[in-house]
Design a protein around this ligand. Structure first.
Ligand code: HEM
Length: 434
């Protein structure tokens, strides 16, 4: 058998068994995407986890080329964003299609402009400094636990108006809801305990069944919704200078206030999108820097130049993309020769599109001055990331403050980092100084 045939057959197996959710997928992530992109850019997988209770287990499409992903992201009529199982209702705005989606974005966009986010910068700088102070008192530390998790989470909680004392509870909910079964140790432990308390069976390996995990997500989702209901009631009685209060006075299409359901569904999505994303991206970026001192020093050298640092952050987001973009097909159609059925799921890993050599020269190399850099790390089309300015500022400030104080560091050889799959990231990144 020729090498080409052999590679093609490996692509067939990689497609059939494609499941980016468990943590061990990360060991062969980019190799898998390269194989699929070359031999089977629109591939049928039989190994997706079920996306909703009782849904068909394991079937869906995976798209790995940049241009194909872009075509899908720009076509919400055929590729709906209402694509996964929701604990209560589809969340707003991420799981709502145009035209309703446009009305919600009109309310939300002004709250997340670059200018509005700039006002948070002094507070972010102070908090980043404080976290680094505490971290550097130790000889070795866990970057995720000591910095990447608390920094964006507390920033975001302040912006939203989630009380500071609820931080631990919010983190636990987030970990159970998002990381029950993707290799995140704390998320898995908490979800298993929750599953047990719900009467779900736990197998010999300490795992719940697929429906068991769904039951946990459903229950945790409802607990979060109940928390939001109570917070909304409190803000109605006592308005504050925060996002929850602003949402309460928002008008949909200038005609009516948001309903209680709309308010809760929006808060839920902001909660999911705002808490984990920056932490995941930061963890992966610092892990990369710990492994590549040259790239780290190159970054440190440019990080105080306002223009160059902006481009560098963009390139780091491309290189360390974290989001798998899901869509649901709304009608039978042929896409690049493949027959898509109505209700099929399509997954576009931004990690795959962003390493496509037809879209980016030397895609596996970080080039801080890459132009153009129209990566899909923040998505594209109507659902492009609402929090893009907040995310960019958080990443910039975190990387600047951390590297000003600690330009030299490495991975801790006695404690390996722990990664999780799906919307990927790190749950632990032990580092040593020097
Ligand atoms: C490095 C950090 C971040 C990355 C890589 C990221 C990435 C993304 C991506 C790829 C999408 C598109 C999803 C889709 O098309 O289905 C998205 C949407 C979204 N993001 Fe972010 N995000 C980040 C940070 C944030 C933050 C801090 C917030 C806080 C507000 C946020 C809020 C949102 C919202 C609300 C949406 C849905 C937008 C819509 O559907 O119209 N993101 N994000």
């Amino acid at each position: 058998m020729s090498d080409e045939e052999d590679e093609f057959n490996r692509a067939v197996s990689a497609a059939r068994d494609f499941n980016p959710y468990p943590g061990d997928f990360l060991e062969h992530e980019f190799e898998t995407y390269d194989l699929l992109r070359k031999h089977m850019p629109v591939a049928r997988s039989e190994s997706f986890p079920p996306l909703a209770p009782g849904s068909e287990d394991g079937k869906g499409w995976v798209v790995t080329r940049y241009e194909d992903s872009l075509d899908i992201l720009r076509n919400p009529a055929d590729f709906s964003s209402e694509a996964s199982g929701y604990p209560v209702r589809p969340w707003i705005p991420q799981a709502i299609d145009p035209p309703m989606h446009t009305g919600y974005r009109r309310i939300l966009n002004p709250l997340f402009t670059a200018e509005a986010m700039s006002k948070l910068e002094p507070q972010m700088e102070r908090y980043a400094d404080q976290l680094v102070d505490e971290m550097l008192q130790k000889d070795s530390f866990d970057f995720v636990e000591d910095f990447a998790d608390p920094f964006p989470t507390v920033t975001f909680c302040n912006l939203m108006g989630f009380p500071k004392e609820d931080y631990e509870k919010i983190m636990d909910w987030k970990n159970m809801f998002m990381h029950a079964d993707d290799g995140h140790p704390r998320g898995h432990k908490l979800a298993t305990e929750k599953g047990r308390s719900l009467g779900q069976e736990v197998d010999d390996q300490g795992r719940l069944s697929g429906d068991g995990y769904m039951a946990v997500r459903g229950t945790v989702g409802q607990e979060i919704y109940a928390y939001f209901t109570e917070l909304l009631d409190r803000r109605r009685k006592e308005p504050q200078d925060d996002l929850i209060t602003t949402l309460l006075s928002a008008q949909y299409q200038g005609e009516r206030p948001l309903t209680q359901e709309e308010l809760e569904d929006t808060m839920f999505l902001l909660f999911l999108a705002g808490l984990d994303t920056v932490a995941s991206a930061l963890g992966l970026m610092i892990q990369g820097f710990a492994q590549d001192a040259e790239k780290r020093h190159e970054f440190i050298e440019l990080m105080d130049d306002p223009q160059r640092v902006g481009m560098a952050i963009e390139e780091l987001v491309r290189f360390h993309s974290i989001v798998l973009l899901p869509r649901r097909i709304t009608r039978e159609l042929t896409f690049k020769g493949a027959l898509f059925h109505q209700e099929d799921t399509v997954l576009m890993p931004s990690q795959a599109a962003n390493r496509d050599v037809n879209a980016f020269e030397d895609p596996n190399v970080i080039r801080y001055d890459r132009v153009p850099n129209r990566h899909l790390g923040f998505g594209m089309g109507p659902h492009r990331c609402l929090g893009i300015h907040l995310a960019r500022k958080e990443l910039k400030i975190a990387l600047q403050v951390f590297h000003r104080r600690l330009p030299d560091y490495g991975l801790n050889p006695s404690q390996p980092a722990i990664g999780f799959g799906g919307m990927k990231g790190l749950s632990s990144l032990p580092l040593v100084k020097g």
